[in-house]
Design a protein around this ligand. Sequence first.
Ligand code: C2E
Ligand code: MG
Ligand code: MG
Ligand code: MG
Length: 278
Amino acid sequence: HAKEHGGDAASFFHASMLEEALDLMQLEIDLHRALENDEFFLVYQPIVSVVDRRITGFEALLRWRHPERGVVGPDAFIALAEHSGLIHLLGRKALDEACRTLAKWRRVDQLFDGLTMHVNLSARQLSQTHIVEQVAEALRDSCLPPHLLKLEVTETMLMENPDYANAVLCRLRDIGVGVCVDDFGTGYSSLSYLQRFPIDTLKVDRSFVSRMTREPGQFKIVQAVIALAHSLGLEVVAEGVEDEEQRIMLLGLACRYAQGFLFAKPLAAEDVPAHVTG
Ligand code: C2E
Ligand code: MG
Ligand code: MG
Ligand code: MG
């Protein structure tokens, strides 16, 4: 049959799929070795106040210094790490290091007073039984005040098993940690959970922010999300702000916090203190 329907195209298709599968398998093997060899590191992107661009916190973002491929971003390996179960170790390392790093900066300069650290959690981390203990341990080991840590989860993660997620978030709130809904507006949403779950911040997804200055419909979505968040007593961070026009528009919508290349790209840990002291 393959011949009748263009055998060459079909076998080419299979060859490229095989190549892709082999590439992923190789990456998964590399991932195991990378953890042992400490090839992962964090970069820190400032979160700023929209009004005066002052830094209010950071988001820790994983990077992989791959010996052949160079520095690889999380979109290329988080899903694979989830699939293979390595995310538990990797996520825990990221959490520990982000807490330790902010605690260290705080000891060096009081300009870091009150600045927060956002850490992304993956779906598998959230559903793991010891996640709350791990968070508590990261805080204890680093001596970071709990209210300075914000954990980022997605709405899809919360909706997969809402009762379980709610119980975990309540325990996190009890130890004083903040919870932030990442990429808000892109997942499967039920608006009622916003007031039912102990959440304190919404991050408006970059896809809305990047189109808001050109598309009135996108502007209205951002406007509505900000109004909804504020009426529920939640803070809002606009993601992916790349130009001044977007900042001015967000200012007009009373959005207090933003993150994006307009303010700063993710920074190496050693570059952060100089960036903060200006
Ligand atoms: P996210 O949490 O939504 O992180 C924001 C992403 O947007 C980052 O990409 C950041 O570099 C990028 N970004 C920030 N400002 C701008 C901008 O103005 N323009 C554009 N075009 N992009 C901007 P990154 O670092 O590649 O991270 C991608 C995703 O990987 C993150 O999305 C997060 O879901 C995941 N991730 C990163 N680090 C971790 C981690 O430690 N654990 C877990 N589970 N996931 C992580
Ligand atoms: Mg995030
Ligand atoms: Mg995000
Ligand atoms: Mg995102």
